[in-house]
Design a protein around this ligand. Sequence first.
Ligand SMILES: C[S@@+](CC[C@H](N)C(=O)[O-])C[C@H]1O[C@@H](n2cnc3c(N)ncnc32)[C@H](O)[C@@H]1O
Length: 335
Amino acid sequence: MSHATGSLFPRIDHPLPDEPNWLATLRRREETLWLSIRNLGTQPRCHLSDHATYVQSDALQWLSALPANSIHAVVTDPPYGMVEYDEKNHAKLRKGRGGVWRIPPSFDGATRKPVPRFTVLSKEEILNLRGFFSALAYGLLKALVPGGHVFVASNPLLSTTTFHAFIESGFEKRGEVIRLVQTLRGGDRPKGAEDEFSGVTAMPRSCWEPWGVFRKPIEGTLAENLRVWGTGGLRRISDDEPFKDVIHCSPTRGVEKEIAPHPSLKPQRFLRKLVRASLPLGVGIIYDPFAGSGSTLAAADALEYRAVGTDSDRQYFAMARQAFQPLSDLDINHK
Ligand SMILES: C[S@@+](CC[C@H](N)C(=O)[O-])C[C@H]1O[C@@H](n2cnc3c(N)ncnc32)[C@H](O)[C@@H]1O
């Protein structure tokens, strides 16, 4: 398998010469856990590589069977509002009309892809959203080892609800990563009265995407937690550069969308940065509950990290089988 991750992401050498006993113990534990986790449950699955397994399952269902303290990080891009991936709206997206998915207005003649409109969520839908993310957060809190990090994507309209659920369940909020990206949300003049109110915008044009960063509380000091569980901190970019919370990243490139035509595909260039940071010592197993096209699993594979993903949708499960290797092999430094 060829890997083209560029010099930003140096590989972990296996085995490390003269590694301390605690590190060797962590690696052995990872091997044992990996065998049991990738074969957990009876749902359909595909071992995409030695490092990646995709299970076609509802996330909460698979998570409920996951033993306590068995995963080391979560990097995930969930349905921000839940409704956009429910059966009704998902079917409308696939038919190309209606529901919560709308084509953004075009000012330059370019064809736009539908994006979900979250301003239309009802009070009941917001309550359901809160309930779902609470259940997810409680499940992840149990399954993660102490010090395990969660990176969870959201949207400026809904992140307060989503992130609050994580804090309430017992996670520590450790910050937010801001992905600077020009989306086509917001920024429009009042509908039907664009000329009359040409100097007015209904809401801000969104230029960023928030990713909540949460941590399961550590045991003892950070150094103690790192030795026992391999977690608690974030992997530095280099000796001179810590991991930072603002990442410039343009929208997903055409070549990636051709490989994986998922309506919410995240770019490898961005995902690899989060995935790499999520395991401070490069040891452990990552879980993506909403794996979609398998893009997080591919990012982990490119870094030689182990990762397991779930997604309830059969078509995305099939898409990931095709898309995984080309996404993993993608040279992210290529323009
Ligand atoms: C925002 S998309 C993730 C896309 C992914 N980041 C990518 O780059 O391909 C969310 C995914 O969650 C899946 N999904 C929705 N509800 C789910 C549930 N309860 N359990 C598992 N997957 C679910 C959808 O099928 C969809 O693929």
